[in-house]
Ligand binder design. Structure first.
Ligand code: UDP
Ligand code: MG
Length: 301
């Protein structure tokens, strides 16, 4: 089985050496066990890092036979960098596996993923069974295997707002799971601060669901119920003789309906914003350099 391991890297100079060592060792072991072919490779995708990441990748490409590198022209974010790596590798391999550069995800499950692939699964999810070292928003970045044809299929989803976790299940091929425990980052800082995670979560919701619009409908429904009650209350008040109560119910209605309207405009605005980005059809990334690994070069001689 020919494997491409895709590793997006953004300012990862602190972990890259250790990561490369561990991954190369793993590849040696997998080759020995006959799990992967000799022309498999590790593709480091440099996502416009501002530190020495690309220099290190080029260096490891020289030193280690397994290492390949892809340098993106600018920082495009984890999802787009991963997408770039998948799209530029799937054509010459049987399957791709994606993993973060900090190796927080257990690399030993890669072997189990390959076994699942050999059983005929096109997509294998790495699922964390122990999520204690993660905050709620971080639970949904996981490693995953995708067969070449699954990646090809993914390329047919033309949207710009990438939310791979939501898109991959849409592909529909046979899937399976492997379980592992996630560790703390070995060095460096998380490239996903809470602010980025929140906007990612919001992206996920608005790209995949029209629930916010449905929710607005419920709020409007409640507003109508509320207004009807207020009307009955005022009406009864009128006959009982308590006619000064009109001011408060009027103010409540104005504020409440005004709020509902503003909220609705806000949500609709989000969808219009997405439409705006989609119709521009900008390229997701521009490739600067593609370094081929020695393991691939050898095959060509
Ligand atoms: N990453 C990237 N581009 C970015 C941000 C992050 O390619 O703009 C990479 C990063 O190098 C790492 C992976 O995405 O390999 C996940 O990032 P990180 O480990 O910082 O996220 P966390 O594990 O904290 O969610
Ligand atoms: Mg991480």
């Amino acid at each position: 089985m020919k494997l491409a391991l895709v590793v997006p890297c953004y300012n990862e100079e602190e972990v890259l050496e250790d990561t490369t060592k561990q991954l190369c060792k793993l590849f040696d072991k997998l080759l020995e066990k006959g799990k992967i072919d000799e022309d498999s490779y590790i593709l480091f995708v440099n996502d416009g890092s501002k530190d020495q990441t690309w220099n290190l990748i080029s260096k490891f490409n020289e030193q280690e036979k397994w290492v390949a590198g892809l340098n993106l022209a600018a920082n495009v974010g984890h999802q787009n960098a991963l997408y770039a790596g998948l799209m530029s590798s799937y054509k010459n391999v049987d399957a791709t596996i994606s993993i973060d550069a900090d190796l927080q995800d257990d690399i030993n499950v890669i072997e189990n993923m390959i076994d699942e692939f050999n059983k005929g699964n096109d997509i294998v999810y790495g699922v964390r069974n122990d999520r204690t070292s993660d905050s709620f928003f971080k639970r949904f970045t996981a490693q995953r295997l995708m067969s070449a044809r699954a990646v090809e299929q993914l390329g047919h989803y033309k949207e710009r707002n990438l939310f791979l976790r939501g898109m991959v299940p849409l592909i529909g091929y046979k899937t399976s799971c492997v379980y592992y425990a996630r560790k703390e980052r070995m060095a460096g800082e998380s490239k996903y601060p809470l602010k980025k995670m929140l906007s990612f979560a919001f992206d996920g919701i608005t790209s995949f669901s029209i629930k916010p619009i449905t929710m607005i409908s419920w709020v409007v429904f409640l507003a109508i119920v509320f207004s009807v009650c207020a009307m009955i209350y005022t009406f009864i008040g009128h006959f009982v003789g308590n006619t000064v109560s009109g001011w408060s119910s009027l103010m409540i209605s104005i504020w409440f309906l005004g709020g509902v309207q503003l909220l609705s405009i806000g949500v609709i605005g989000q969808y219009i914003g997405k439409t705006y980005v989609e119709v521009k059809e900008r390229p997701r990334y521009n490739i600067d350099v593609l370094l081929e690994s020695k393991s691939v070069g050898k095959e060509n001689d």
